[in-house]
Design a binder for this molecule. Structure first.
Ligand SMILES: Cc1cc2nc3c(=O)[nH]c(=O)nc-3n(C[C@H](O)[C@H](O)[C@H](O)COP(=O)(O)OP(=O)(O)OC[C@H]3O[C@@H](n4cnc5c(N)ncnc54)[C@H](O)[C@@H]3O)c2cc1C
Length: 293
């Protein structure tokens, strides 16, 4: 199929893009990398009558390092940051998640912000955003508001972004101190396919190997990324043993409500989440033991 007819507007500036969004409301859609929107238009699952191209807005691209967070422009391409050494050391979980996103070709075009706003329940970057408690900066003609990841993802392919808003930047909090480790894992039919289930974890150990802080999250097993801060905090004050990791991951998976589809039943997805959850908890602990910073 081909997309329904639409007008194409190349935004000359951020304010130009916002003006067009304000003018056309629900009829307009921003296009960044086009890796999700264009296939949806071709299948007529999305039928914007105005497409606003924000690819040339350099103000929406790039990475800035602050003491407590990494700020990423929403239009930063996934491939541009994938091998960034600074990102790998300050935000290893984002680098680990990116390795699972689609293919080199899709990451060459796909943007960080596009993936977050598209909010596929199986997508890797939304899960990383949930686990790291990223803060999303949404701008409209009325100004900027900052939304926490926990409130941003509201349902499958549904976020807090209003029709008149553009995601302009994402702040990824950076944890401070030594012995921080993270891990991301998923199961999909082929590498590059959307995950049937995924799991992500970041934690911090003390010098003795005892857990001081931990976050665990799952993707693909509910309508939004699922994060379990209270449940995972039961590990704080203890060593991360295989049994403890298994119990927490199993409890977390039982709180998810996956759907059935042609790729996997709900109960298989829940099982995968439990297995992947145990794996990422143990891997993150191993990485933390090896991390001196
Ligand atoms: C073959 C293939 C495999 C893929 N595999 C995966 C995968 O494994 N994991 C995965 O997560 N994704 C995968 N994807 C999807 C895709 O790579 C990402 O979702 C994509 O990168 C989204 O970013 P984009 O910049 O292309 O967004 P676009 O397609 O341009 O936009 C997506 C949505 O976000 C909105 N949007 C974009 N930018 C903004 C902004 N700054 N502010 C407000 N709204 C905005 C658009 O209006 C649209 O609704 C795959 C895609 C393909 C084609």
């Amino acid at each position: 199929m081909k997309a329904a007819p639409f007008d194409y507007i190349r935004a000359e500036s951020e304010s130009h893009a916002l003006e067009v969004l304000q003018q056309h409301g629900a009829d307009a859609k921003l296009v960044a990398g086009g890796q999700s929107l264009v296939p949806m238009m071709a299948m007529r699952l999305a039928r914007p009558s105005v497409l606003v191209d924000i690819n040339r807005l350099t103000a929406l691209k790039g990475v800035e390092n602050a003491a407590d967070a990494v700020r990423m422009g929403a239009c930063t391409r996934q491939r541009d940051i994938e091998h960034d050494q600074g990102l790998r050391s300050r935000l290893p979980l984002v680098a680990q998640a990116l390795a699972w996103v689609g293919h080199i070709q899709t990451r060459n075009r796909g943007t960080v912000g596009g993936s977050l706003v598209h909010a596929d329940p199986s997508a890797e970057l939304p899960l990383a955003a949930g686990v790291l408690a990223a803060r999303l900066h949404l701008r409209s003609q009325n100004g900027v508001r900052v939304v926490d990841a926990a409130e941003f993802f509201q349902g499958p392919m549904f976020t807090a972004t209003a029709e008149t808003e553009c995601l302009v930047a994402i702040d990824w909090p950076v944890w401070k101190g030594a012995h921080i480790g993270s891990a991301f894992d998923e199961t999909s039919i082929r590498h590059g396919d959307f995950a049937m289930a995924s799991a992500a974890c970041q934690l911090q150990l003390d010098e003795a190997g005892v857990c001081r802080r931990v976050v665990l999250g799952f993707g693909g097993v509910d309508g939004t990324p699922m994060v379990f801060p209270e449940l995972a905090s039961q590990l704080v004050g203890h060593r991360i043993t295989a049994q403890a990791a298994r119990e927490i991951a199993h409890s977390a998976s039982s709180r998810c409500e996956p759907g059935d589809d042609i790729h996997a039943t709900a109960s298989f997805r829940r099982h995968l989440a439990a297995v992947l959850g145990e794996r990422v908890l143990l891997k993150a602990a191993e990485n933390a033991r090896g991390a001196s910073h």
